[in-house]
Design a protein around this ligand. Sequence first.
Ligand SMILES: C[S@@+](CC[C@H](N)C(=O)[O-])C[C@H]1O[C@@H](n2cnc3c(N)ncnc32)[C@H](O)[C@@H]1O
Length: 431
Amino acid sequence: MNNTRATAARVLAPVLLGESTLDEGLRRAADKAEPRERALLRELCFGVCRHFQELDALLAPLLSKPLKARDADVRALLLLGAYQLRCMRVPDHAAVGETVSACVALQKPWARGLVNAVLRAYQSRSAELEAALRRWQRVSHPAWLLDALEAAWPAEIESLLAANNVPGPLTVRVNGARTSRDEWLARAAAAGLEAHAGTLAPDAVVLERAVDVGELPGFADGDVSVQDEAAQLAAGLLDPQPGERLLDACAAPGGKTGHLLERCAGVQLIALDSQPQRLQRVQDNLDRLHLQATLVVGDATRPDDWWDGSAFDAILVDAPCTGTGVLRRHPDIKMLRRPAQVLEASRLQGAILDALWPLLRPGGRLLYATCSVLPAENEGTIEAFLERRPEACVVPVGLPFGKHLRHGLQLLPAIGGHDGFYYALLQKPPH
Ligand SMILES: C[S@@+](CC[C@H](N)C(=O)[O-])C[C@H]1O[C@@H](n2cnc3c(N)ncnc32)[C@H](O)[C@@H]1O
């Protein structure tokens, strides 16, 4: 029988050291975990990451000195213990007892006394420790990110932080080429799944509770795919037409590639990504959806290495970004991101736009998207691009929701609803 706390500590230790993402660690661990252990493992790991800043600040006064890097697994156990005591319905004695025994499973029996003492001290001093939590710790965001979000969205800051701190719903995209949303909703109801139609995207369905994809009717046959509702807006905004030649420049894992083809199978679509392993996931998704595209491994900033010289009618740049619009789905981003990465991301985004613009035919359109809520990667990237390419025209996005900025549309994450996303639609002059 595995010790789930020990497994969770092994997943979290490399995240604490900045060496792995939570998804990577969970994928490795889930292969070895028993099925009924997986849900608890996910809850523990996601919970610790989501509340990391608070938990870490609460525990700091209880440790005489910080733990060494090689004991990141013991640090993870302390965070797991505090998370169970503070946020989960596990009886206190079980939370402490199971976490202490995990030291043995981690082959660190010496840590039993330390973990026991720190968790018991947390139990007895929790009121005093909670009262001392500073605001940025209480809202579970690193100080640099809180400052950046507050500067960008002063009026929305409270709702934005609240949305970042609760899990996002399971949202799916119904494959309009195979079935209709109403029909799929009826099949979901027959399968005992509570769900309702999305409010922003025509193919979106929001599930009342998360389930394994295998429980979604028709998933294996490609009737439905998991995709956030804000991400589902891309295909409608690019609006592919039969016979067009399209470039999906940062395609993996292929969520938007699949949607573009579901909407218009008659396009010729080139799906590009710089990561070969990630491109394999695009192929897997297309196989499941019974759709076809030309997959190309290549760097979007270096088209000379992969472009055959034929212009594109439309280009989707779903750019690499800091992921600050999807913190609720990837709470480890709050632990792993560094402020310098915002500037690095915006430089790469600008380089991708500069390199791909010449590949667009006159009159062609380019949709720029990120799952970031930081202006430097969104309107900032587009404004800088427009200074370099004044002939580019920003087409207003005619959607009746979100924040319509001078350039582009910003969606902030909504509790029970969509992720944070940014879109700007650019058009090249016809002559
Ligand atoms: C936000 S993800 C794309 C998500 C995808 N469009 C979807 O809907 O499933 C960004 C992708 O850009 C890729 N990428 C990063 N730098 C790149 C570059 N220079 N050229 C091409 N792809 C790049 C990453 O490997 C990653 O798969």
